[in-house]
Design a protein around this ligand. Structure first.
Ligand SMILES: O=P(O)(O)OC[C@H]1O[C@H](O[C@H]2O[C@H](CO)[C@@H](O)[C@H](O)[C@H]2O)[C@H](O)[C@@H](O)[C@@H]1O
Length: 250
């Protein structure tokens, strides 16, 4: 039977899958895509990924399934197959900034630039401490040059430059204005600083917030790691009671 009480919003990295040394190194358990699809069906379609990744990258990880997605922290959205936002041509200043960044970190070992079209991430997970500091400084400097239209988003061994207006909180609220999400109580699960910003509006709107992993949080509930998230979601997909309010407190 369709469950119409909840709308489920899921972060990807560090929430559905474990953090890997490189952005392209994440391992998606084979049972995850079909399990999420079953859960989406149970929720009458009200399941979306809300992620810093591009929609196309999420599609690649979760193939052959296609989900509703807010990609690039909300810069682009796909709802019921219709895509909005996410045109790199709309961001000429950022495109120039990506080139500046690439030059700035070219001689830093273990620093990776992830060019996502309408945003760019500077990763230092594989760098030594000194190069990590240089990478952060390069990202801060380019974000400063770009000015108020863009913002710097800190994450796990990463800093991203993206359009200032995009946040996961706005993205979730936008989904909640549309069918089949409208009128439901949001559940948002995330692990990172960008997710912390979204926990606040979801709490304000009466939703349920779940932090994955340790650390201070605005979320009301906590799960230990992505394996615990997957176990919870797969249980719901198989018909288990959806009672997120009974999860452990944060
Ligand atoms: O919003 P999310 O779905 O959590 O995406 C946030 C960023 O995640 C990715 O970077 C993080 O995961 C990588 C793979 O595990 C890891 O190597 C990196 O250190 C982490 O910061 C992704 O590469 C970014 O584009 C996302 O914005």
């Amino acid at each position: 039977m369709t469950d119409t009480a909840y709308a489920l919003f899921l972060d990807f990295d560090g929430t559905l899958v474990e953090i890997a040394p490189r952005p392209d190194g994440v391992v998606v358990p084979p049972a995850l895509p079909p399990g999420l699809a079953r859960l989406r069906d149970r929720l009458g379609g009200a399941l979306a990924l809300v992620t810093g990744r591009p929609i196309a990258t999420i599609d690649g990880f979760l193939t052959p399934e296609r989900f509703d997605v807010a990609g690039l922290h909300g810069v682009e959205q796909r709802l019921a197959g219709r895509v909005a936002g996410g045109d790199p041509a709309a961001h000429p200043a950022l495109r120039a900034g990506v080139e500046t960044l690439q030059r700035a970190v070219a001689d830093l070992d273990g620093v990776l630039i992830e060019d996502k079209g309408c945003s760019v991430a500077v990763h230092w997970r594989l760098a030594n401490d000194a190069d990590a500091v240089r990478a952060q400084s390069a990202a801060t400097s380019v974000a400063g040059i770009l000015g108020e239209a863009y913002r710097l988003q800190q994450g796990k061994a990463v800093a991203e430059i993206l359009p200032a207006s995009a946040t996961k909180g706005h993205a979730i609220r936008a989904f909640l204005r549309a069918a089949p999400y409208a009128g439901r109580r949001a559940i948002f699960v995330g692990d990172d600083l960008t997710d912390e910003k979204a926990f606040v509006p979801v709490n304000e709107d009466g939703g349920i917030t779940i932090r994955v992993g340790p650390g201070e949080t605005a979320a009301r509930h906590r799960l230990a790691d992505p394996a615990a998230v997957r176990a919870l979601l797969m249980g719901w997909a198989e018909g288990g009671a959806i009672d997120p309010g009974s999860l452990p407190p944060a």
